[in-house]
Design a protein around this ligand. Structure first.
Ligand SMILES: C[S@@+](CC[C@H](N)C(=O)[O-])C[C@H]1O[C@@H](n2cnc3c(N)ncnc32)[C@H](O)[C@@H]1O
Length: 237
């Protein structure tokens, strides 16, 4: 079996087992991700659409302080032009899961402006107001997602941008097809602790001035015919 197939098999096994139900969220994440941490990036490459597109829309520029909440292995920083990444004043990759953070530390060890931090997205406080905050497939995994969004709002400077890319239809819909589709994906993702919620879009609009919102569908690896809904949102404080 090739290394990729073997890695995929390990990830698929964890996805089939699902996320354990525990009161301690950090422990839940660790038990779910530790056995697949080494293969996480290769598999998610095909599953998590729109990540580079979100970074493009955030208009990152030299000198900015940028925070990713739920940053996992810090893979997203590799979507940036290396020159721009090096010219950012500071990047905080914040996550609660030790084994994914270990991968992030390995990846960022030579990037002196990147700080890899173990903390909860709902409570992390950067040393000063920041220019950009984003969530990449992390909001749906945060039981306290409203508190995490309020925290993003708090840490942004006035005029700063928030970005979200995640599973779910930001716009939702009222007819029975839209409701059945949303219910199917809620159940599908719920097994792995991912909770798409039609309330995400409205809550974002309540906190931020919307700059852009778009919806897409992306194939699921090994399951031809299934296309998971995702959305991209950019808002201004
Ligand atoms: C699907 S992964 C996405 C990782 C990364 N953003 C990416 O695009 O590859 C979701 C991440 O959210 C993190 N997470 C979940 N709840 C969190 C919380 N309350 N605080 C910080 N990170 C959290 C998980 O540990 C995991 O790394």
């Amino acid at each position: 079996m090739s290394a990729t197939r073997f890695g995929d098999a390990q990830v698929l096994w964890q996805l089939l087992r699902g996320q354990p139900r525990l009161d301690d969220h950090r422990e839940c994440l660790e038990r779910f991700y530790a056995p697949q941490a080494r293969h996480y990036d290769a598999f998610r490459e095909r599953l998590l659409a729109g990540r580079a597109a979100l970074l493009d829309r955030l208009c990152l520029a030299p000198g900015q302080h940028v925070v990713e909440l739920g940053g996992g292995t810090a893979r997203n920083l590799e979507y940036l032009d290396p020159e721009l990444r090096g010219a950012l004043a500071r990047v905080d990759v914040v996550d609660l899961c030790p084994s994914l953070l270990e991968r992030a530390r390995e990846r960022c060890r030579t990037w002196s402006n990147v700080h890899v931090i173990e903390a909860d997205a709902a409570t992390y406080t950067p040393p000063a107001a920041v220019d950009r905050v984003y969530f990449s497939y992390a909001l749906t995994m945060m039981p306290e997602w409203r508190a995490a969004l309020r925290n993003a709002f708090r840490m942004l400077r006035p005029g700063g941008l928030v970005g979200v890319v995640d599973f779910g239809q930001a716009r939702g819909g009222d007819d029975w097809r839209a409701r059945a589709d949303a219910a199917f994906w809620r159940r599908w993702f719920g097994h792995d602790g991912v909770r798409p919620d039609p309330a995400h879009g409205a809550y974002l609009d309540g906190l931020f001035e919307r700059v852009e919102r778009c919806d897409g569908r992306n194939p699921i690896p090994y399951l031809p015919g299934l296309r998971a809904p995702y959305f991209i949102y950019v808002g201004r404080k």
